[in-house]
Design a protein around this ligand. Structure first.
Ligand code: ATP
Length: 694
């Protein structure tokens, strides 16, 4: 690093020192300008590093080509889609106990009373179903008995009444099941959703940078949470159908033990057909989904407000419509093909089921002929077997659905577990709320998944009351360094110390709370103007009125907010009715106001005024940087407009993750290095205009 011959006095901490230093530096800047006019320093303008890029091909595809199914199948978001179609019956059955236990756990934690009620009511309903069947058989026995018809009907009447009572009771119990399920489902989903957002919004920034984590997160949110909503319903339906099957078996055993043998004969072919058609349905669903996701991209581009202006200005609507139409045609053809395939599958299923039923009735007939079974019991058996067959179909369908659903929910839970391991450091020690020095010692930082470091040995010391600037070419590491200062990343090597205590000693979040960052591209919160300021102190609903006002006056956002209908309560987003749209410069003022309101001992400003008009920029520098609303504050300014860093106490010039020069503006000009060259280039632009004007 080329260091300017700085003496300690240049690290001005007092207000008087700041102003004196400013005057001296101004004079130096003016004499430097003369040098620029002579064209001396301009000769050292750094050359951009060159990479050789070959020319592109003449034709290209958008996001999907005909026949690129392989790529679609392997897309990460499809991980579990169609898993039920691929799994064997044993795999599906093997997963069931675990899933039921898991869902039971969710339900128990969400609401114990509703869970107990659900289990009891569901079981009672199944028992009533079985009794209902027995009562129906009783009715049949009377109807098929010997004697005159009026007598037989009269004899059947009490049993008939019992059937009606049992059915009504069952309806009441099922209502109870629906109510308990209706309570549990939203509670479970809300609990999972709360956990999901609590964990994902707290994980280290590095994790958020990782594409793998992003993929997982997207999948967990879009699929996991979606399926979590359905899983209770699936378990309840499966339990109901399975209990009815058990009830039916008991009824058959009561009618005649031999009838139990007829049960598998009747339900297994139906079950096999249901397995086949469920697999076909899942397979088709998966393929259909893959394709519609592609069209969604185009639909979104054509509808979204953010893309609307550019789309029109490029007159690119036609190109997008063509791609959309091409994909829609493929989807339509696929849709028709799948519908026909499903129809064929259903025909095969029904035929298999029909054969099974035929065999059952033949056996039943033989039993009746040989007198093994009274006619009335035979009629009851027909009813029982019919109910068993429809329950079996339901069991198979729901078991498939539940299998796939449980994979997605399992994915969500795994993601949550991973997030727990990615939470920021918790040492139980809070960072101090006043800081005298921040020292970076040989700090290295490499972004996850990258080979080259973004910071390669940064050493510097920042003092309370100082304003320092980070300058340098794009991608040289300035923002990364400020993020490390903000506690958003930890060095991969080297150390950061606050008053000689390594920052790893403190809770990460407590460090972050002591740093106000105004980032390059500030977040445009779709909240009220007031919440857009208070959010920096971790609240959207509570404000310290005078402090808010001082902060927005300092940043110039007071004029922005005063001009909004509704002022403080105006919603800053057109996405909501009555919302207001701010310009980029206005947003920048709001963001600086937000940083000021935090009133932290460290303020990091990453190109805060890039989109502001010259007057607004000047005002921000006067109040935020020079006005020193907090005299003990360490302020770091990142800027490409070198005119704005002239007055800083110290300037660090970054290049390729290293500091190559540092000093005051004057010292750096004297050094005639990279900074002097960049400054000369910018100053020459203004100078040329001045000369042309005169
Ligand atoms: N989140 C990230 N993940 C991976 N690499 C990143 C990330 N952010 C920045 N980088 C890389 O780190 C290097 C330094 O980037 P950084 O944003 O710190 O530069 P900068 O000096 O602030 O640039 P600019 O002046 O353009 O804002 C660059 O090579 C950049 O591509």
């Amino acid at each position: 690093m080329r260091s300017a011959p700085a003496d300690g006095a240049l690290h001005v901490a007092s207000g008087a020192g700041w102003r004196r230093g400013r005057r001296i530096r101004r004079e130096a800047a003016m004499s430097e300008q003369t040098e620029v006019e002579n064209g001396e320093a301009a000769a050292e303008v750094p050359r951009p590093r060159a990479e050789v890029l070959p020319p592109p091909p003449a034709t290209t595809s958008s996001i999907v080509q005909n026949g690129d199914e392989e790529e679609m199948v392997e897309a990460w978001w499809l991980l579990h889609q169609g898993a039920a179609a691929r799994a064997s019956v044993w795999q599906i059955l093997g997963e069931l106990p675990r899933t039921v236990r898991q869902v039971g756990g969710f339900a128990w934690r969400a609401n114990r009373t509703a869970t107990v009620a659900l289990v009891l009511l569901q079981t009672a309903s199944a028992v009533l179903s079985a009794f209902g069947l027995v009562a129906t058989v009783g009715v049949a026995q009377h109807i098929f008995a010997d004697g005159p018809t009026p007598d037989r009907v009269r004899a059947a009447a009490p049993q008939l009444l019992l059937v009606v009572v049992l059915l009504s009771l069952r309806a009441a119990l099922e209502y109870g099941v629906t109510v308990a399920q209706g309570k549990l489902t939203p509670l479970i989903r809300a609990a999972l959703e709360r956990d999901f957002y609590r964990l994902t919004s707290h994980v280290k920034l590095e994790a958020v940078d990782s594409p793998t984590w992003q993929d997982e997160c997207y999948r967990a949110r879009n699929q996991g949470l979606h399926y979590a909503r359905q899983i209770v319903g699936h378990v309840v339906t499966l339990a109901a159908a399975a209990l009815v099957l058990v009830g039916t078996a008991s009824v058959l055993a009561v009618l005649h033990p031999l009838l139990l043998l007829l049960l598998p004969l009747s339900v297994l072919p139906v079950g096999a057909a249901a397995v086949k058609s469920a697999k076909a349905r899942f397979h088709s669903f998966r393929r259909f989904n893959e394709m519609s996701r592609r069209t969604d991209v185009f639909s979104w581009l054509m509808l979204d407000r953010d893309t609307a202006a550019e789309l029109r200005s490029h007159t690119a609507q036609r190109a997008l419509l063509d791609e959309h139409a091409r994909l829609t045609e493929q989807i339509t053809a696929e849709d028709i093909r799948l519908n026909l395939a499903e129809a064929r599958m259903s025909l095969i299923g029904r035929s298999a089921g029909g054969i099974g039923t035929g065999i059952t009735y033949v056996v039943l007939g033989l039993m009746l002929i040989h007198g093994w079974l009274p006619l009335a019991a035979g009629a009851g058996a027909v009813l029982a077997l019919q109910s068993a067959r429809s329950s079996m179909t339901r069991v198979v369908d729901v078991a498939h659905l539940l299998y796939e659903t449980s994979l997605w929910v399992g994915d969500l839970l795994e993601h949550q577990q991973r997030c727990r391991s990615l939470l920021p450091r918790r040492t139980g020690v809070a960072a101090p709320d006043t800081i005298t020095t921040i020292t970076l010692e040989d700090v290295h930082y490499t972004y996850p998944g990258k080979d080259t470091p973004a910071l390669a040995g940064i050493s510097l010391t920042l003092h309370a009351g100082q304003t320092v600037a980070f300058v340098g070419a794009n991608g040289s590491g300035k923002s990364t360094c400020s993020k490390l200062l903000a506690g958003l990343y930890d060095p991969t090597d080297g150390e950061i110390r606050w008053d000689d205590v390594p920052t790893t000693h403190y809770d990460t979040e407590s460090l972050q709370a002591q740093v106000a960052s105004v980032l390059q591209d500030p977040t445009r919160y779709p909240f009220s103007a007031l919440s857009n300021i208070t959010v920096s102190r971790g609240t959207l609903t509570r404000a310290e009125p005078q402090r808010v006002l001082d902060a927005v006056v300092a940043s110039g956002a007071d004029q922005v907010i005063a001009g909004l209908p509704g002022t403080w309560s105006a919603t800053l987003s057109k996405r909501f009715r009555g919302g207001q749209e701010l310009s980029a410069g206005m947003w920048a003022k709001v963001a600086v106001g937000r940083g000021e309101y935090k009133d932290a001992p460290v303020l990091l400003l990453d190109e805060p005024t890039a989109s502001m008009d010259p007057r607004a920029e000047h005002a921000v520098y006067q109040t935020v940087l020079r006005g020193k609303r907090r005299p003990d504050r360490i302020t770091v300014l990142i800027s490409h407009r070198l005119a704005s860093v002239i007055d800083c106490d110290h300037i660090y010039v970054f290049d390729n993750g290293k500091i190559i020069e540092s000093g005051t503006h004057q010292e750096l000009l004297t050094l005639k290095g990279e900074y002097a060259a960049m400054f000369a280039l910018q100053a020459a632009g203004y100078q040329a205009t001045k000369i042309a004007d005169t």
